[in-house]
Design a protein. Structure first.
Length: 319
């Protein structure tokens, strides 16, 4: 079976590697255009493109797939590449571009999406972040038959994953990426013999995982300690939850709910075990922090470079 692939970040690279290792004929591989990265802002290939080139796979990087969009020449070229390859199926994982109807219709078996949630919970761009932020007890992978809607297609395979109390987006991402790679290979093997059994998504329990905005990183100490603690983990590694002290930005990576009361943002206790900050409900003991331009440090290491005392106040984000 001929498999085309569309994906961009490391989550998708893991799936592509599993499909490749399973022996499927792959091509072409679609990935978003190279982006400037690092201090020198040099153009950098996506993880999917890098894997594809390392393994001799054909790569296309259209800026859009819409024939009537801003970059119609890119779309026309991509369509020619896909039509020439005549894939039986297109696997999609965190690609980042909307697939117009001509793409959905082109493969004989349609387009299979690897989605990092238990649909219809957390349709949209940031399902891993939002599941942790909301305090969900579990999430998972859904292999979905794509249609024209936003993550609305029929479910093909579903497998849940428990969210641990200390999971960050980084740790949960890695487990879900591995599971997504395994399930998409299983789905392709079933598709090859007509063994997939599509079923509609439930009509209840629909929620949307809106894209993470850097502006959301600012901690509002008027929120509950439990909500802020979840947000720290949800925004690790990007964009990182942050606060300010005397105009200096400080990223807060890890914390634990603690006892204490005070004005939101007030430092209640400072010690090697952590920096306890009053919240709108309860208190949060910060255990891992980072100054601008520095690296992530334990609270004890952080205090060696930036001594703090109880009574000082972290600025609250503006709503």
């Amino acid at each position: 079976m001929k498999v085309a692939f569309a994906g961009t970040p490391d989550f998708a690279r893991v799936a592509l590697a599993r499909v490749h290792a399973a022996g499927f004929a792959i091509g072409p591989v679609l990935s978003q255009p190279d982006r400037p990265a690092g201090r020198g802002l040099k153009l950098q290939a996506s993880p999917v493109k890098a894997f594809a080139l390392e393994h001799g796979l054909v790569v296309a990087q259209p800026r859009s797939l819409r024939l009537d969009g801003k970059f119609p020449d890119d779309a026309v070229a991509a369509r020619a590449v896909l039509q020439a390859a005549r894939p039986d199926v297109l696997v999609v994982a965190a690609y980042g571009l909307i697939l117009p109807q001509w793409v959905l219709d082109l493969p004989r078996l349609g387009c299979l999406n690897i989605h990092a949630s238990l649909l219809p919970r957390w349709r949209g761009a940031a399902p891993i972040h939002r599941a942790i932020e909301a305090g969900d007890a579990r999430t998972g992978i859904t292999i979905m038959q794509m249609d024209a809607g936003l993550d609305t297609g029929d479910m093909l395979l579903v497998e849940p994953v428990a969210i641990a109390p200390d999971d960050s987006t980084a740790s949960l991402h890695d487990r879900l990426a591995a599971l997504g790679g395994r399930l998409i290979v299983e789905a392709l093997e079933l598709a090859a013999c007509g063994g997939l059994a599509p079923r509609p998504q439930p009509t209840e329990g629909i929620s949307y995982a809106h894209k993470i905005d850097k502006a959301q990183a600012a901690i509002d100490w008027r929120d509950s300690a439990a909500a802020i603690e979840r947000r720290l983990r949800a925004f690790d590694p990007f964009p990182g939850a942050s606060t300010q002290l005397d105009g200096e930005a400080i990223k807060c990576w890890r914390g634990e709910v603690a006892a204490g009361r005070g004005a939101p943002g007030e430092l209640l206790a400072v010690g090697e075990a952590g920096i306890t900050v009053a919240c709108g409900d309860g208190a949060l003991r910060l255990t891992e922090l980072q100054r601008a331009g520095g690296r992530r440090l334990s609270a004890a290491q952080f205090l060696h470079g930036m001594p703090l005392a109880a009574g000082r106040v972290f600025a609250a984000a503006r709503r």
